[in-house]
Ligand binder design. Structure first.
Ligand code: SF4
Length: 210
């Protein structure tokens, strides 16, 4: 669990990554060999997107397509995410998208708790850099890692969770939607909420209140 009830990040990790400059952070992350996942993947897949709009989507880890191309959410699940974003009028370039782990777990399995912890310094640096007002855990692994290992995505999806200055809106991972298309409508409603939050953030920024 990274975020306690007051929004403090609870992982203590001695590895420091840059958290002021995206390019510097990305360069450091791309050379990371901190856990065994790096031995079997093609490359580190760093988060991408807007570092200005204070909204982060956090998935689980790269899949085969992401591992090949080096960009998060470009496979079938990513294409579905793009469709959902488009349907609610969110430009993908307006949000930042990342994963709990940056290297592909073999066989598309879920990352373990230890792998998530090993990769935490990079994600925490991304969070410090983006300074998100809204964090969207995509799926169970992200929700459990960020909020509470006993959290249930089925029960908590679509409900705002406040942790200090951070507002979380968990929703299903698009890969889950590929197998459960009847859940798409719920996720569409969740992304409508994210769209509203993005509009509010942009408004505050335009008025120099953020
Ligand atoms: S998963 Fe994260 S910690 Fe492990 S090697 Fe890749 S970038 Fe480093």
């Amino acid at each position: 669990m990274f975020f306690d009830i007051n929004g403090n990040i609870t992982v203590n990790n001695i590895i420091q990554y840059p958290d002021k400059n995206y390019d510097e952070l990305k360069n450091k992350a791309l050379n990371c060999k901190r856990c065994h996942l790096r031995e079997k993947c093609n490359q580190v897949v760093m988060g991408e997107g807007s570092t200005e709009n204070h909204i982060m989507l956090i998935g689980e880890g790269p899949g085969a397509d992401e591992d090949r191309i080096g960009t998060p959410f470009v496979g079938r699940a990513g294409q579905l995410l793009d469709k959902i974003l488009k349907a609610v009028g969110i430009d993908r370039d307006d949000i930042y998208i990342s994963n709990i782990v940056k290297c592909r777990p073999t066989g598309n399995r879920k990352p373990t708790e230890n792998e998530a912890l090993a990769c935490a310094p990079i994600l925490i640096s991304e969070i410090k850099l983006i300074d998100p007002k809204v964090i969207v855990p995509l799926g169970s692994t992200a929700l459990k890692t960020l909020i509470n290992k006993n959290a249930s995505i089925t029960r908590m999806r679509g409900e705002w969770i406040q942790r200090g200055k951070y507002f979380f809106l968990p929703t299903f991972h698009p890969a889950y939607l590929l197998r459960n298309s009847n859940m798409k409508e719920h996720v569409w409603y969740d992304f409508k909420k994210i769209k509203k939050a993005l509009e509010r953030i942009k408004e505050l920024k335009n008025n120099n209140n953020l």
